[in-house]
Write a protein that binds this ligand. Structure first.
Ligand SMILES: NC(=O)c1ccc[n+]([C@@H]2O[C@H](COP(=O)([O-])OP(=O)(O)OC[C@H]3O[C@@H](n4cnc5c(N)ncnc54)[C@H](OP(=O)(O)O)[C@@H]3O)[C@@H](O)[C@H]2O)c1
Length: 329
């Protein structure tokens, strides 16, 4: 039988940015054991996708070249591996496919049953794909580190979300507001109304002196910061934190790890926590349900056909998305 072929986006070395992406025709992957094969309807990009291409996780990621980027995929199951129990051909799903495998920027992609969840008709493929890594990254630090209970119980906490207009930030603001929180958010001037509409109680323009200082207009001190921006030093955060305030850094670099170690060694009550998401199926299910119930919305910045994936890539590198960037085969 002739091998089935598909269109995909690959790169075969570090660097190169959008121009390093190649359009290729390659065999459709096979769903092994506990994997499902999806006909991809939408994939969403995350900054880590192009950072891997830049070599930020060299030599661990990619595990090998050529590499098809893309971890957040929504689509329809067209084949199931022999050990798959919970899904069948024709099911609409959303999945996270780990970075070491990638594979999302293609017409077909495999995903592990462990990180695949059903997608109800009320949640579009683009909305679901937009939710995956960004949603999980917003959810985990809020609930597991900041201790916000999303059923609205628990003591009130003051939360700061930086880069609240971005893929992670716009979801973090909405999730934080499901809890008993007062949310301060930062974004650019053009997005202030947008971020307020997500539920933020006060919004700072990061290009003003008050915004750059992260100073709450109502004088609050933050119990936790979901830090989605980059380049803000500890010395800026420190005076704005409550006694036991934590900065949860989603893009930790060397200085974050140094601050983390120093704060631990000196038994500081205020802490910096370098954070890397651990995607969990139950959390993705929960987020999909929130979208279905109309309690969380994923905002799409822009949509690109797979044939223009390099434009989507460039848009993500540019760093000015409002919400999520989607690629559709
Ligand atoms: N640790 C993890 O597991 C994990 C997982 C996912 C993402 N991340 C990281 O989290 C970061 C955010 O990801 P993302 O997908 O949300 O990025 P994104 O969508 O590309 O963020 C873009 C947005 O950030 C805003 N922004 C940029 N700098 C800002 C600043 N200093 N203050 C306020 N707003 C600012 C931009 O606003 P303007 O256009 O107005 O400048 C834009 O709306 C990235 O570094 C990503 O790699 C980490």
């Amino acid at each position: 039988m002739a091998t089935e072929l598909m269109q995909a986006i690959q790169y075969d070395s570090y660097g190169g940015g959008p121009a390093g992406l190649k359009h290729v025709e390659i065999p459709v992957p096979t769903a092994n054991k506990n994997e499902v094969l999806l006909k991809v309807e939408a994939a969403s990009l995350n900054p880590f996708d192009w950072k891997i291409q830049e070599g930020v996780a060299r030599p661990l990621l990619p595990r090998k070249f050529p590499y098809i980027p893309g971890t957040d995929i929504a689509g329809e199951i067209v084949k199931v591996g022999p050990q798959v129990k919970d899904f069948k051909v024709g099911d609409k799903v959303v999945a996270f496919h780990p970075h070491d495998r990638g594979g999302g920027l293609a017409e077909f992609a495999v995903a592990s049953e462990d990180l695949t969840v059903s997608r109800p008709p009320e949640v579009s493929a683009a909305e679901a794909a937009a939710l995956t890594l960004a949603g999980l990254t917003a959810h985990q630090p809020l609930t597991e580190i900041a201790g916000v209970k999303l059923d609205g119980t628990g003591e009130q906490k003051n939360i700061l979300v930086t880069a609240a207009s971005g893929g992670v930030g716009h979801l973090a603001v909405q999730l934080a507001k499901l809890g008993n929180t007062f949310v301060t958010a930062t974004c650019g001037a053009r997005n202030i109304d947008f971020v307020s509409s997500l539920g933020a109680d006060e919004v700072l323009d990061y290009k003003t002196p008050e915004g750059a200082a992260l100073k709450s207009p109502s004088g609050r001190k933050y119990d936790a910061v979901i830090h989605c921006a980059t380049g803000i030093p500890w010395s800026t955060f420190e005076p704005q934190l409550s006694d036991h305030g934590k900065v949860i850094d989603l893009t930790p670099g060397l200085s974050s790890f140094a601050t983390f170690a120093l704060k631990k060694l000196t038994f500081s009550k205020k802490q910096l926590v370098p954070f890397f998401a651990t995607p969990k199926k139950e959390n993705l299910s929960y987020l999909v349900q929130l979208v279905k119930d109309g309690r969380l919305k994923t905002v799409i910045d822009s949509r690109f056909p797979l044939s223009q994936a390099e434009d989507a890539w460039a848009k993500s590198i540019d760093g000015h998305a409002t919400g999520k960037i989607i690629v559709e085969p």
